[in-house]
Design a protein. Structure first.
Length: 150
């Protein structure tokens, strides 16, 4: 990047807003996201730019708490307000981490195609039996490398 390409922004939120609008235009999203959605995403990105909003202190160190732990806390929250706050944090972290680490989780092209299975077909019955075996039959599940948490 050269100095000519640097564009000053008056705030981080303004930078994120301009960048999101540019990406939306380049992607040609139809319909484009509503302005409220863009504002929400920019606000979230602005908050997470500060380490104290992104990282939590747990197990004696700072880091991003595992999303499953946040979900567990939300399930056992003593009030609806706390549950909603924890679920909001869970959702925002999932969006942020998913966008930040998208290359890591990108599916190879040969795995991206979805299989269409006709209900009632032999293939659907086989898949159903496999899923039921993984849930109920601990011997069959362990042979296939599926862990049972029941």
């Amino acid at each position: 990047m050269t100095f000519d390409q640097v564009r000053p922004a008056h705030s981080l939120l303004e930078f994120f807003r301009k960048r999101l609008h540019r990406e939306i235009a380049e992607l040609g999203l139809e319909p484009p996201p509503r302005e409220e959605t863009i504002w929400y995403l920019c606000d979230m990105l602005g908050r997470f730019s500060r380490s104290e909003h992104l990282f939590d202190y747990f197990d004696g160190q700072y880091g991003v708490r595992p999303l499953a732990l946040i979900y567990g806390e939300a399930l056992s929250a003593p009030s609806d307000r706390q549950r909603c706050q924890l679920l909001q944090r869970l959702g925002e972290l999932a969006i942020f981490l998913g966008a930040f680490l998208q290359e890591r989780y990108r599916c190879p092209p040969w795995r991206a195609k979805r299989r269409r299975v006709v209900p009632g077909s032999r293939e659907a019955t086989r898949d159903t039996r496999r899923a039921e075996g993984a849930k109920g039959d601990s011997k069959g599940a362990s042979e296939r490398g599926v862990q049972s948490y029941g």
